[in-house]
Ligand binder design. Structure first.
Ligand SMILES: *[C@@H]1O[C@H](CO)[C@@H](O)[C@H](O)[C@H]1NC(C)=O
Ligand SMILES: *[C@@H]1O[C@H](CO)[C@@H](O)[C@H](O)[C@H]1NC(C)=O
Ligand SMILES: *[C@@H]1O[C@H](CO)[C@@H](O)[C@H](O)[C@H]1NC(C)=O
Ligand SMILES: *[C@@H]1O[C@H](CO)[C@@H](O)[C@H](O)[C@H]1NC(C)=O
Ligand SMILES: *[C@@H]1O[C@H](CO)[C@@H](O)[C@H](O)[C@H]1NC(C)=O
Length: 451
């Protein structure tokens, strides 16, 4: 017995080779085979099996069955012995051995058992599934063999959603489905398929208890603005509604009753531009609260405006310096801002540094304009001319020139005067040359005195 047991694990090829080699004319008894019936049976795990070991050898002896399974000899006859195997739970190889003319003869058979899963279960579905959201389906399979032949299928009604091999114990198979309105009331289930067709049997199917899906979807909530872009000062109505039995709350104000819409009215102001309104809808189903939110943004058309605070109306700047005309306009749509000089229509840049000079001196019309209108602000630019050295120098030069001119002029006049005096003296001196010391007075009086 001990000598045979290890041979149980020999591969079939070795056995064939061994049998072939032993079937030589000299080896007596080896031309007879020991049959094992049934050959390679497949049957449900835990069952029992009648095994018949038989040979055509006329002088066979000691036919036994080698197995780890629990066995019982039920009958025997010439050249055969029948055994009952019970509680066969796993695959195994059974071996019959005996003696024929003093030589050992053997035969074997491979037993394959299969078992159907003990548990196939689809995990519970959420009580209510929102339409448009993913639903995760989970199936658990316990038992089932051989696992290589076991497949798990997830189903929506009869439609196969996924088909995956069963792996692990318990095996778990998941899939995700996007639920639609049509899924409401649909049955989901999980099915195992044990394919024993290659072993000459059939395809065994086990299906979980079905689970019915309940979906919900309320359109919205629908949040409406009477005017998505409202002019400043106009009245805007915000309304929110959802289906019957749905309680809506708009910006914290609940509707009077479930199924009723809720409305808000406001006078559109500049500060409402970009304001968001929130509406939440709640539906109670079987004690559960299903919630959905919506939001909408209001646009208020306003302006254009120029902030006096951000736009100084009187600017006192020095000539030839860099400055920025800081003016900002606001409004929706965003206005265009231009500053033009009165008279010349010369434009100065706004918000951008520029060099100022005396030619910038003047009054400017800063105008913000948009499709909503115009707004004008007057800005006076006072450019201070520099205290240049040119003027004093010029004036000094002028003064000096004037003084010099006056002096030169005086000198000239004096000289001319003097020259004319001498002439008179010279003419007189021809007769009175010695009286030159007191010229003018003497000259005037002398002739009269002389007369
Ligand atoms: C075992 O096989 C032999 C030979 O085929 C046959 O005569 C015998 O009746 C079988 N025994 C049983 C119990 O089937
Ligand atoms: C069958 O075999 C299994 C283990 O292989 C054992 O746990 C079980 O008790 C056995 N059943 C019977 C009825 O012998
Ligand atoms: C919401 O607006 C749409 C389209 O602007 C309109 O068809 C619908 O009647 C409005 N609903 C409400 C409640 O004002
Ligand atoms: C809207 O303005 C009108 C008139 O200016 C006023 O009577 C009304 O109360 C204002 N409504 C709101 C919600 O402020
Ligand atoms: C809806 O809004 C409320 C309050 O703003 C918030 O508590 C809730 O989580 C939101 N629900 C969803 C589904 O976004």
């Amino acid at each position: 017995m001990a000598t045979i047991v290890p041979s149980v694990s020999w591969p079939g090829a070795c056995w064939t080779l061994l049998v072939c080699c032993l079937l030589t004319p000299g080896a007596q008894g080896q031309e007879f085979l020991l049959r094992v019936e049934p050959q390679n049976p497949v049957f449900p795990a835990g069952g029992s099996l009648l095994v018949n070991c038989s040979t055509d050898c006329p002088s066979s002896k000691k036919i036994i069955l080698e197995t780890s399974l629990s066995k019982e000899l039920v009958d025997n006859g010439t050249g055969w012995a029948a055994f009952q195997l019970s509680n066969v739970t796993g695959n195994s190889r059974i071996l019959c051995s005996g003696y024929c003319n003093g030589s050992q003869i053997t035969g074997f058979s491979d037993i394959t058992v299969y078992s159907l899963p003990e548990r196939v279960e689809l995990a519970p579905l959420p009580p209510w599934q929102p339409v448009g959201q993913n639903l995760i389906l989970r199936c658990q399979v316990e038992g089932g063999s051989p696992r290589t032949s076991l497949t798990v299928v997830l189903l929506r009604r009869e439609e196969e959603l996924t088909r995956q091999p069963a792996v692990g114990e318990p095996a778990e198979v998941n899939t995700t489905v996007l639920t639609s309105r049509e899924d409401h009331g649909a049955y989901f289930s999980c099915r195992t398929e044990l394919d024993m067709k290659p072993q000459g049997l059939e395809l065994f199917r086990n299906t979980s208890a079905p689970r019915q899906l309940r979906t919900f979807g309320f359109l919205g909530p629908i949040l409406n603005l009477s005017e998505p872009s409202a002019p400043e000062g106009s009245t805007v109505t915000v309304s929110c509604m959802a289906g019957a039995r749905v309680q809506v709350t708009l910006d914290g104000v609940p509707a009077a009753a479930p199924g009723q819409p809720v409305q808000l009215q406001l006078n559109a102001t500049e500060s409402d531009d970009g304001r968001n309104f929130f509406c939440s809808a709640t539906l109670e189903v079987d004690g559960e609260f299903l919630c959905r939110n919506s939001s909408v943004q209001l646009r208020v058309l306003y302006g254009p405006k120029i902030d006096r605070a951000t736009c100084p109306q009187h600017l006192k700047w020095k000539d030839k310096t860099r400055h920025v005309l800081q003016c900002q306009a606001r409004g929706n749509p965003y206005p265009q801002l231009r500053c033009l000089k009165e008279g010349s229509n010369r434009e100065v840049p706004v918000g951008i540094p520029f060099f100022v000079n005396v030619t910038h001196n003047g009054t400017y019309q800063c105008q913000a304009s948009s499709s909503q209108g115009k707004y004008t602000l007057v800005v006076v630019m006072d450019i201070e001319a520099p205290k240049s050295h040119f003027v004093p120098v010029f004036l000094a030069v002028l003064v000096i020139l004037g003084v010099v001119t006056v002096v030169v002029a005086l000198m000239y006049v004096f000289r001319e005067h003097k020259r004319s005096g001498r002439y008179h003296v010279r003419q007189e001196s021809t007769s009175l040359p010695l009286t030159s010391m007191q010229p003018t007075e003497a000259m005037g009086e002398e002739p009269s005195r002389a007369e």
